[in-house]
Design a protein around this ligand. Structure first.
Ligand code: HEC
Length: 440
């Protein structure tokens, strides 16, 4: 086991969630943008609209800055935050998918090289060559999505991998294709929002013509993306629905993401077919914020639906291996931690904290509680699922009450069993009781 990353109020989970949700915008823009741009560039040549080339130039610059600076930074941010938040889960993913990532990065390199070439050679090489560069980028970027979606979808629906441990069984898992197509079409919606933002900075006639065109592309992309989202939702396993139905705020998150979807769809419909001049810079920014809120809620549902696991059916949110995996010769750790205790597995602890004594009970109790709960709960009085508040809901009168709660933790379908032996559980309960009693 590794040290724990305790983030006041937010919890490490929400940090990963916020960075990842932000990353959806630049990453999907990166994959969708050039399909739209190349299409518009071709129109510029075939309809003799050199003003469209202004769009191509500005939009590609936006892509360079937003996707390849902010997107790259947030991509690294996901790796960094997820690694410190759940090192064992990342380790499990790397053990399975290191070659998947290596392949993805090759296409990522192609993307980076061609996007610079595309931007810098506009108007300087013949149109045919320039368009070809655009296609190389667009195809390379889409292949990177084809690869990364397999690994992302795996975490919620590992499918047959749970029995076989096979790379491709996990990769082509039950939600792989719905999710690939959902992302592929929704990315035209995301590209559309940014396309409208750039169009709004161009001269009037160009703005009107491009706003219409881009909104139409985005509108149909969103319709198809919406249909594939439904297919994705249908493919989720039955336990996932139970979790979603059991958590009250899930319905709110689902409603918010559906609402934001329809606001976007309505906006594209209006601008594309009815009043294109509605598009302006400020409104485009508002639409970006609405899209972000929708994505954040959608990601929240996806994350919540995976509880109590971090890799569904294999590793719990507290990073304990939940079930035997004979094909990979991995054993469930639940019993192991119950019998041998958690402390003996925390190599980073100084000697004086490796054993519970009357002096260090609360300090060690806190460490054990952090390992068990911090991945999903804030330890502060407010924030993400704040423990002082949630525990107070049971009105515990003594540490023994909390201990009884911890013993029965896995009776809650969304929580993993407590990891640790009896003595450790008691120490954790004593510490957790101080959180509740100090509240009064
Ligand atoms: C895998 C994530 C996860 C872990 C680990 C986890 N919980 Fe939870 N816990 C949840 C979820 C999800 C809920 C549902 C309530 C919510 O989301 O606001 C919850 C709810 C609770 C509640 C309120 C119960 C209710 O339904 O009213 C308490 C109390 C609680 N957790 C304590 C703990 C303690 C103590 C630990 C550590 C020993 C812990 N949890 C570990 C995810 C987790």
């Amino acid at each position: 086991m590794y040290p724990i990353w305790d983030v006041p109020y937010l919890s490490s989970a929400l940090i990963v969630g916020l960075i990842s949700s932000f990353h959806v915008l630049p990453s999907h823009l990166a994959v969708g943008a050039l399909w739209v741009t190349v299409f518009i560039e071709k129109l510029a040549y075939s309809q003799n609209r050199s003003d469209y080339l202004d769009f191509v130039k500005r939009f590609t610059l936006l892509l360079l800055i937003f996707s390849f600076v902010f997107g790259s930074l947030s991509g690294i941010g996901i790796w960094y935050s997820a690694t410190v938040s759940s090192p064992r889960a990342i380790s499990a993913l790397i053990h399975n998918y290191v070659w998947g990532w290596a392949t993805e990065w090759i296409f990522f390199l192609i993307e980076i090289a061609t996007i610079y070439a595309y931007y810098l050679t506009l108007g300087k090489v013949d149109p045919k060559t320039h368009i070809r560069l655009g296609y190389i980028y667009a195809i390379g970027a889409w292949i990177s999505m084809i690869i990364i979606t397999g690994i992302l979808a795996f975490m919620l629906t590992p499918g047959k991998w749970l029995e076989t441990g096979d790379f491709f069984d996990g990769f082509f898992n039950p939600t792989y294709f719905p999710q690939l197509f959902m992302r592929t079409f929704l990315m035209f919606g995301i590209s559309g929002i940014y396309g409208l933002l750039i169009s709004s900075t161009l001269n009037y006639q160009t703005k009107i013509d491009l706003s219409k065109l881009i909104s139409k592309i985005a509108f149909f992309g969103m319709i198809l993306g919406g249909l594939f989202s439904l297919w994705y939702y249908k493919k989720l396993p039955a336990e996932t629905y139970q979790i979603i139905q059991g958590l009250p705020y899930m319905k709110t998150l689902i409603k918010v993401s559906i609402l934001s979807f329809f606001i976007l769809l309505g906006y594209f419909l209006l601008v594309g077919f009815i009043i294109p001049k509605l598009n302006n810079f400020a409104l485009s920014l508002v639409i970006i914020v609405i899209a972000f809120i929708g994505i954040l809620s959608g990601e929240g549902v996806r994350e919540g639906a995976r509880r109590p696991y971090i890799i569904n059916g294999f590793m719990y949110g507290n990073q304990i291996i939940a079930k035997d995996h004979p094909a990979l010769k991995i054993k469930s750790e639940v019993q192991k931690f119950e019998e041998t205790g958690l402390l003996t597995h925390l190599g980073y602890l100084p000697q004086n904290l490796k054993k519970i004594t009357s002096d260090n009970r609360l300090e060690v109790g806190r460490i054990i509680a952090l390992h068990n709960c911090a991945n999903c709960h804030a330890f502060t009085k407010a924030g993400l699922r704040p423990l002082p508040k949630l525990l107070a809901g049971f009105n515990p009168k003594s540490p023994e009450d909390i201990d009884a709660f911890l013993s029965a933790l896995s009776a809650f379908p969304y929580m993993p069993p407590f990891a640790g032996n009896d003595e450790e559980r008691k120490a954790a309960a004593e510490y957790l009781f101080t959180l509740v009693s100090s509240k009064k």
